[in-house]
Design a protein around this ligand. Structure first.
Ligand code: T1G
Length: 667
């Protein structure tokens, strides 16, 4: 199948791209574009050219799978130059998403027509890149510096309406009349002739550059690409001669392309999509209908889980045992929605619409007709088995019964029912209405269609779902334990909470082990006996230092929950250390990395050996979306490869940590 064809409409040549699924600019597309435009320019009967795409979208970018491979076909820049300097007007007909190199191709057309539903953007920054086909130089000439700086550094697409307002698009076509409207527009352009974007002056004010840096300093911490994008937009303003700016852009692009951050972010683009695929699942596996959902528990997790379904338009019956707990939970859901509405995220009408889908209840019997029931009760096996035993008697046959357990054995929970094939884990991450990760825990007897349905419903409610096997802590929390335990041991040996946390935040994590413990609460799982002190954590709990919830834990917290090092906490740690007869010693940051991050990588290899994750990239998806691992480092397994198996194995053995066979074999 040819990926680019041409056909003549009177005195207009239509160049049609057809390279499913997203019309990426693969080498054969570039070759086809070159041939098509050369044909149109050489034919005296042709007065104008329309560039259009078949399928779901206009060109959605360069073909990311080609990056890093030997170049094939004509280079992108030469195809763009052929178009921009063409002697006949070229019109881009845009539908779907004109993204990255796709939008850059449209920028080298002389005019652009789009359907109202189209979106236009340069998301390269999300891949650790920048628009390398002139986007940073041509956007400022069409939409101005401010709009260009926002589009390039944040990577969010704009609507066709906004594109029309800013001058990125010259006219809107009718939703189902793009082909004809574009041809008509091209005919009208014949008299006007070509309008090369490069001939337009850069407009706008550079003040936006510092404003964006100030507004996004936290979000962009550690990332190279956003700042490179802004430098290129500044270069557009500094160079009336676009070729000088294009040269600067090319240099900046190559620095990013050859760096580890873009490699990591491109890896994660595909890893996230790969995670949705279940190895060995028959292609024709039919999904079960999920039209009504039940959630048991209206606490923080139950309420957050519920919000995901309401926002996706799926009715939820939420069940609590006590009326005051139920009322509190429902009120909190409303409060969260209204807070978002107050920030302009959506209207009050939308709040009422979502709340209208919620049915509070004090009886499990009201879940009888639900297609999916998610249990989010106290993290205790007896409690969960009791709930599932009751659900088994109440809920209709064919319904999916899911536990939101963070650690517990899903097979044991399933055994409390007569339908283990309909049971699995759906582990949401707190806050469940915000965190994108969903671990779908496959029980030994979970039916394939139940697993596939849970993965699909996860995507439908905006989650990134990853299949996990049954083991303590599944994938994420199991690896987290490998970080938390040595971190506590390092405290005993002389490190401070702030030293250890700083190593992790400097690495790019949103918070370190002790900041995370304070956030979650040191008293979780505490036996509540202040006289029984066997760990530093118990010593802090005994002193009423339970974390952010009590204004003090490893750190002291102000009313805005900003943490500062705590002399009292350090004294408690010191006292515990001396009573443990532990000699205090200097600990290097490198040792902290080796003893807290390397064991996580090692545990990832064990998880794969045991078949508790489908692939290494799934483990990385878990850590990016569940714990905020910096995406420019690709995830623990990707990062471990960059560190080098040999270096990791040597360090682990030096610290007396048993190395996974598969990791050792890689060294
Ligand atoms: N290259 C190769 N494959 C791509 C691709 C791309 N650009 N975009 C999508 N795919 C694959 C994807 O892996 C999946 O494959 C299938 O298409 C459907 O994707 C020089 C350097 C367009 C909004 O960053 O944002 O241009 O899993 O599941 O939900 O300046 O795909 O089916 O085998 O995401 O409908 C810039 C990336 C590239 C856009 C559609 N462009 N793509 O979403 O489908 S760099 C982008 C998307 C560049 C130039 C620079 C989305 C989408 P599989 P999907 P979707």
């Amino acid at each position: 199948m040819q990926s680019v064809t041409t056909h003549v409409e009177g005195d207009v040549l239509v160049v049609l791209v057809n390279n499913p699924p997203v019309n990426a600019l693969s080498w054969h597309v570039r070759q086809g574009l070159k041939d098509g435009f050369e044909q149109g320019l050489a034919d005296p009967a042709i007065k104008a050219i329309v560039l259009r795409c078949a399928g779901q979208t206009f060109i959605a970018g360069a073909d990311i799978t080609e990056f890093g491979k030997p170049p094939q076909g004509p280079d992108f820049a030469s195809v763009l130059k052929l178009m921009e300097t063409a002697s006949k007007p070229i019109v881009a007909a845009i539908h779907g998403t004109a993204l990255g190199g796709g939008l850059e191709t449209a920028l080298c057309c002389h005019y652009r027509v789009a359907v109202p539903s189209a979106k236009l953007g340069v998301p390269e920054v999300k891949l650790g890149l920048l628009p390398g086909g002139g986007g940073t130089q041509r956007l400022p000439r069409l939409v101005g510096i401010e709009q260009a700086a926002v589009m390039c550094s944040l990577g969010e697409p704009i609507s066709a309406k906004k594109a029309l307002e800013t001058g990125l698009v010259d006219a809107l076509a009718s939703e189902d009349g793009l082909a004809a409207d574009a041809i008509a527009f091209a005919r009208d352009a014949i008299a006007k002739g070509p309008r090369p974007t490069r001939s337009l002056p850069v407009k706008g004010d550079l003040a936006i550059i510092e404003k964006l840096k100030a507004e996004n300093s936290r979000k962009w911490r550690g990332f190279d690409a956003p700042y490179a994008n802004l430098r290129c937009v500044e270069a557009a303003a500094a160079n009336a001669d676009i070729d000088a700016g294009l040269k600067f852009e090319r240099e900046e692009f190559m620095k990013l392309m050859t760096g580890s951050q873009s490699a990591a972010q491109r890896y994660m683009f595909f890893a996230e999509r790969q995670a949705a695929k279940i190895d060995g699942l028959p292609k024709d596996t039919a999904l079960r209908d999920v039209k009504k959902v039940g959630v048991i528990g209206a606490g923080t997790m139950g309420g957050g889980i519920t919000m995901n379904f309401l926002a996706a338009g799926i009715p939820v019956t939420i069940v609590e045992m006590q009326k005051d707990a139920l009322d509190r939970g429902v009120a909190l859901i409303r409060k969260n929605y209204e807070a978002s509405a107050a920030k302009g995220r959506f209207t009050q009408e939308r709040v009422e619409q979502m709340m209208g889908l919620l049915t509070p209840s004090l009886s499990l019997d009201d879940l009888a007709q639900c297609d999916l029931v998610i249990e989010a009760v106290y993290e205790n096996m007896d409690v969960k088995k009791d709930v599932f035993g009751k659900l088994d008697k109440i809920v209709k046959q064919g319904a999916i019964l899911a536990s939101n357990t963070s650690y517990l054995n899903v097979d044991e929970i399933a055994a409390a029912t007569a339908r283990p094939q309909d049971v699995l884990g759906m582990h949401f991450f707190s806050p469940a209405n915000v965190m994108k990760l969903l671990e779908v825990v496959r029980g030994e007897k979970t039916a394939p269609d139940v697993l596939a349905t849970a993965m699909a419903i996860g995507k439908k409610i905006g989650k990134v779902a990853v299949v996990a096997g049954v083991c303590h802590g599944f994938i994420g929390n199991r690896m987290l334990a490998q970080r938390q335990a040595p971190a506590s041991q390092l405290l005993l040996e002389g490190a401070t909470p702030q030293q250890i946390d700083k190593v992790h935040t400097d690495f790019g994590m949103p918070m370190g082990p002790f900041q995370m413990s304070d956030l979650a609460g040191l008293d979780i799982g505490w036996h509540r006996d202040p006289n029984r002190i066997e760990t530093i954590r118990e010593a802090l709990c005994a002193a009423g230092r339970w974390g952010q919830k009590t204004g003090k834990g490893f750190y002291d917290y102000d009313e805005k929950r900003n943490g500062t090092p705590s002399p009292e906490a350090l004294a408690i740690i010191e006292d515990f250390r001396s009573k443990s007869n532990m000699a205090k010693r200097e600990i290097t940051d490198q040792e902290i990395i080796e003893r807290t991050l390397y064991p996580m990588v090692n545990e990832g290899y064990l998880i794969l050996e045991e078949g508790k994750a489908q692939r290494a990239s799934d483990i990385d998806v878990v850590w990016i979306y569940g714990y905020g691992w910096p995406v420019y480092r690709g995830g623990p397994m990707f990062w471990g490869d960059l560190e080098g198996a040999g270096k990791i194995v040597e360090a682990l053995e030096r610290h007396g940590i048993k190395v996974a066979d598969s990791l050792k074999a890689k060294a």
